[in-house]
Design a protein. Structure first.
Length: 491
């Protein structure tokens, strides 16, 4: 009887809407906005927003998601909920048991959206599983532990949902359960303490994590190697591994940020207490459906460290300077409709006979952000000093803006710039795009042109208009004279 009641209520608890989510995180004590959900009627994955949407009817993509952990309590949306940990749980079902909490965490960590839909389907033996089926299977698996003491058969919508449900129960039953820390990855990067110099291996950077592996990136891009100079796999870095930046091809001073990233965030497994009345209190006797948060598989937790290095000792350090002009007339002004601009990059300190690439992009001076317009030129230096041109095609849409060329010089095939010139306030590398002219002559209206076309006529010229006005004014003056002239025909 109890199970029948559960199944009946499952059809009426929660509505469904569509979503697409970017990763984000929240902490205990935060208030977040509970949005609508997606899924079959009665088994819904709610969208959670770190701040109240400006337009709740069109809230945009959720930041997080949440499943229900109570059953016979209505889910309420369009209001703030309070983030807490397991000790803040207000409900009275089996979720108060730490063993059940561990089982629920296992389900969360091995289902959708903590896993991608494709990965979850493959793991569950239901390749190609639909979004709604994945949500239904996960919600039923959570309720099996929070509401029941046995492995129940639910009213599954499809065989895929059933297969995924039993996959989750098999895994959770076999597991001792998870702890919140198991779903909260930690990762950090420690920078080297000593001075770093171009032309060497810069490091070591120490990566620390509680995950099996993490992914490491560099910005700007610099090759990652071990202490012997051998390339490492940046997608499979382990705890305690020491990394170096390969600066053996660099001579100029520079810097880079090393970032290690792990999948997941500390938000997964937090609970959300929701009031029955927006803005009202939540108590054990008066609260809406309690939710449990989960972040999607794309969520990343990261740690980073930045270093700078000095120029190689005794090395001739390349330098560049740039001048950006309109290709059409050589000035620093471009028509509002756009056009082609050329940046002349003057260089010094290059090694004759060595290949180089100059890569540039146009930046908006007003914001300092890239326009996405890029250009490059590869060449072999014949002398230490010279110049090379980089051209950019500027489309319409930048009227009234000032564009600034940022240039970087690389040895051919190299990843580290040997010289850069990136000054947003440098007038020489700036070009102004003219504003659209307001009040320009307007062509005859479409209605007039259509009328003229139907009669075979052409719009009247300026002279014709003046002539017509002269005739009209003359006639008006003659009429006025006749009105004012006294009538002398009668004494």
């Amino acid at each position: 009887m109890l199970l029948a009641v559960f199944l009946a209520l499952a059809a009426v608890l929660v509505p469904a809407v569509a979503w697409a989510a970017p990763p984000s995180g929240v902490d205990v004590g935060d208030d977040v906005y509970v949005g609508d959900g997606v899924g079959y009627g009665g088994t819904s994955l709610h969208g959670i927003y770190v701040s109240t949407p400006a337009d709740p009817l069109n809230p945009g993509a959720p930041d997080l998601f949440a499943y229900c952990i109570e059953h016979n309590i209505s889910a309420e949306t369009d209001r703030l909920g309070h983030v807490g940990d397991f000790g803040d749980y207000l409900g009275s079902n089996f979720f108060v048991d730490p063993v059940v909490q561990g089982k629920v965490l296992w389900v969360l960590g091995n289902s959708y959206p903590a896993m991608s839909l494709a990965d979850f389907g493959a793991a569950a033996g239901a390749p190609g599983i639909s979004l709604n089926d994945a949500i239904e299977a996960t919600q039923y698996a959570i309720w099996r532990y929070t509401e029941l003491t046995f492995d129940a058969a639910w009213a599954w919508s499809t065989p895929d949902s059933e297969a995924a449900y039993w996959y989750l129960l098999t895994g959770a039953n076999a597991s001792a359960g998870l702890q919140p820390a198991d779903l909260h990855p930690t990762v950090s990067v420690t920078a080297p303490a000593g001075a770093q110099v171009a032309g060497t291996l810069a490091g070591p950077f120490l990566v620390s994590t509680d995950q099996a592996t993490v992914t490491v990136t560099t910005d700007p891009v610099v090759p990652l190697v071990d202490s012997t100079g051998t390339a490492i796999d940046p997608a499979a870095v382990v705890d305690g591994q020491e990394l170096y930046l390969d600066l053996r091809g660099a001579v100029a001073a520079g810097g880079s940020t090393v970032t290690a990233s792990a999948t997941g965030s500390s938000s997964t497994g937090r609970i959300l207490s929701v009031p029955t009345v927006p803005g009202g209190p939540t108590t054990a006797l008066d609260h809406a459906q309690t939710l449990i948060l989960v972040t999607p598989s794309t969520t990343q937790t990261s740690g980073a460290a930045t270093i700078a290095w000095a120029a190689a000792v005794g090395a001739a350090v390349p330098t560049i300077g740039t001048t950006l002009v309109d290709l059409a007339d050589g000035d620093h002004i471009l028509p509002a409709a756009g056009g082609t601009v050329v940046d002349t990059v003057a260089y010094s300190g290059l090694t004759p006979g060595t290949g180089y690439t100059v890569s540039g992009e146009l930046m908006l001076k007003s914001t300092g952000l890239s326009t996405g317009i890029t250009g490059s030129n590869a060449f072999v230096a014949t002398t230490a000093t010279g110049s090379v041109d980089v051209t950019f095609t500027v489309p319409a849409g930048f009227a009234g803006e000032s564009l600034v060329a940022f240039e970087s010089l690389f040895e051919l095939g190299g990843a580290i710039p040997v010289a850069q010139h990136q000054d947003i306030n440098d007038a020489a590398q700036t070009i102004a795009v003219q504003s659209v002219v307001v009040g320009a002559p307007v062509a005859a209206s479409a209605a007039l042109n259509a009328q003229l076309a139907s009669t075979g006529s052409t719009p009247p010229s300026g002279a014709a208009v003046v002539a017509v006005l002269t005739i009209i004014l003359g006639a008006a003056c003659l009429l006025a004279q006749r009105v004012r002239r006294p009538d002398t025909s009668h004494p």
